[in-house]
Design a protein around this ligand. Structure first.
Ligand code: C2O
Length: 550
């Protein structure tokens, strides 16, 4: 194991997409940001200098941060923001994880342009549990806004309505030829040699869209999800939620005919959102060596994608994931549970006068809000981890996040009469090493919608999922406790539920939130406060001297 050092200079840089030239926050002037490469067991030190006129923090999405919670990055949870002109060094080890993760800003909507891949290679000399690919290709799916994303969310919060949607889906920052004013130079192209196999390291970095992904005439083999190996399975179409990562093998064995060919790599949204969304299919190019010059980018063979609201296809795909669970990569699935939680997850309304006055453009003149167990998360003004370390909770948080909804109702049927959320910075305290089960139940209060829930500081096992209301008597018996997939982000199915388990062996304060940024902005978050264990190596260390203060 060695120490890998990176420097992130956060600077404004000028980029042009869709004929719009604008100045965007970048890391080291690059969009998307630099690739960070480590080996499992390495220490990673990233020195951040904030040279933009906004606060910033960075999150290493999916990194467990064992006893290094000060480097986790969500603003006001584990640190105060790095203010303009300030610096902070993130310093942590990569323990027991390998595959693809990613990094992104974790302040407001800055991750729209501040993101990049984080690749964790096996320790030197250790092979992959699948055939060695010819080449590895990080492929980040994102969203491009012609407007300033900070202005988009600011306006939405002021009016109480939904935010404007993005203007393009992107492949490594490039929108591709299906958009106006976008051509060959704005198209991501993957050159392949016939007969070779490629490892696509996929990341959904989009702000607000779950995505379908497919390559025309090619089948994909999924081998890794969220930096854990899975039992390989093949699929024509993938579904990737924001925050999730997936490594897939693609063999350049185009059928039916000549190797001299080019094919579309396509993404399109999966959504049940009421109201507006962008139903564009975006395209990149898979081009075989020796293919004739492609003049007709728009007429490439395209894959068939499911309908934008094909919830059945999404559920079938997500049910196919299994941990590798081999002798070398065992799955340590908790068989018994110390504490059970039931979280109702979804959208709700907020009273118009409760924040900014004026016209409220949410449902029936209210403001949009989102909640778990009807608590809409209020971002604190100081770091929860700092407050926890000093045991100064008063005025910052309350340790009374409800273990179940205040009033049970038919979550996937008729919504309750009162759709208003409550507000608070409420956390669940956990003793060290508590085994936790959480059933995440989607609600249909303002329409059923899938929510990609992300837990910081842990991987969890996805032991069950289903449609309708969770039924403890019948559904628990059907759990997979043998080889459930281990992830850090899982979509709560539309009008359904998902059950996860984890062992609280990482002391600190860990946010769990919807990875659709608009829902996070509306309060779809809570936090776990995991106490120290008795042994010295079970305690949260003191804060680094350069950790930003509020
Ligand atoms: Cu990828 Cu809290 O985020």
């Amino acid at each position: 194991a060695r120490t890998r050092r990176y420097t992130f200079n956060v600077t404004m840089a000028t980029v042009t997409r869709l004929c719009v030239t604008k100045s965007i926050p970048t890391v080291n002037g690059r969009f998307p940001g630099p690739k960070v490469v480590v080996r499992e067991g390495d220490r990673l030190v990233v020195q951040v200098h904030n040279n933009i006129n906004n606060n910033v923090t960075f999150h290493w999405h999916g990194v467990r941060q064992l006893r290094s919670g000060w480097s986790d990055g969500p603003s006001y949870i584990t640190q105060c923001p790095i203010r303009p002109g300030q610096s902070y060094a993130y310093d942590f080890r990569i323990v027991g994880q390998r595959g693809t993760l990613w990094w992104h800003a974790h302040f407001s909507w800055l991750r729209a342009t501040l993101y990049g891949p984080l690749l964790i290679l096996p320790p030197r000399g250790v092979p992959y549990p699948f055939p060695k690919p010819h080449t590895e290709v990080p492929l980040m799916l994102g969203e491009w806004f012609n407007a300033d994303p900070e202005a988009v969310i600011k306006q939405a919060l002021q009016t109480g309505g939904g935010p404007n949607v993005s203007d393009a889906y992107t492949f490594n920052g490039l929108p591709g030829p299906t958009y106006n004013c976008s051509g060959a130079s704005d198209t991501f192209k993957l050159r392949v040699q016939p007969g070779k196999t490629y490892l696509l390291r996929l990341v959904n970095a989009a702000l607000n869209d779950e995505l379908f992904f497919a390559v025309a005439n090619h089948t994909l083999t999924v081998v890794q999800a969220d930096a854990s190996y899975v039992k390989p399975f093949t699929a024509d179409t993938l579904v990737i939620s924001p925050g999730q990562t997936m490594d897939v093998l693609l063999t350049a064995a185009a059928s039916p005919s000549s190797p001299a060919a080019a094919f579309a790599i396509a993404v399109a949204p999966y959504t049940n959102t009421v109201g507006t969304f962008d139903n564009t299919t975006a395209i990149a190019v898979l081009e075989y060596d020796g293919a004739p010059q492609q003049s007709a980018l728009r007429s490439l063979p395209r894959p068939a994608l499911p309908l934008y609201n094909d919830t059945g296809a999404v559920a079938n795909f997500s049910a196919r994931f299994r941990s590798l669970a081999s002798a070398q990569y065992p799955a340590h699935v908790p068989r018994t549970v110390d504490r059970r939680f039931f979280f109702a997850v979804g959208l709700g309304a907020d009273q118009c006068q409760s924040r900014v006055n004026g016209t409220c453009q949410g449902p029936n003149g209210t403001r949009f809000a989102a909640s778990m167990n009807n608590v809409s998360f209020t971002m604190p003004r100081t770091s929860l981890l700092q407050a926890h370390y000093q045991r100064r909770y008063s005025g910052v948080l309350t340790a009374n996040f409800p273990a179940a909804p205040p009033v049970p109702f038919n979550y996937t049927g008729t919504p309750p009469n009162n759709t208003f959320v409550t507000h608070g910075t409420r956390v669940v305290p956990l003793n060290f090493n508590t085994t936790v089960e959480v059933v995440l139940q989607d609600t249909s209060i303002l329409g059923a919608e899938s929510h990609p829930l992300h837990l910081h500081g842990y991987d969890f096992f996805v032991v069950g999922q289903g449609f309708g209301n969770y039924d403890a008597n019948n559904d628990t018996a059907k759990y997979n406790l043998v080889d459930p997939v281990q992830r850090n982000t899982i979509s709560v199915p539309t009008a359904g539920w998902v059950a996860i388990r984890f062992v609280a062996d990482n002391p600190g304060v860990w946010i769990m939130h919807c990875h659709l940024d608009v829902h996070l902005s509306w309060g779809l978050a809570m936090a776990w406060l995991v106490n120290d264990g008795p042994l010295p190596n079970q305690k949260l260390p003191p804060p680094p001297s350069d950790v930003p203060r509020c």
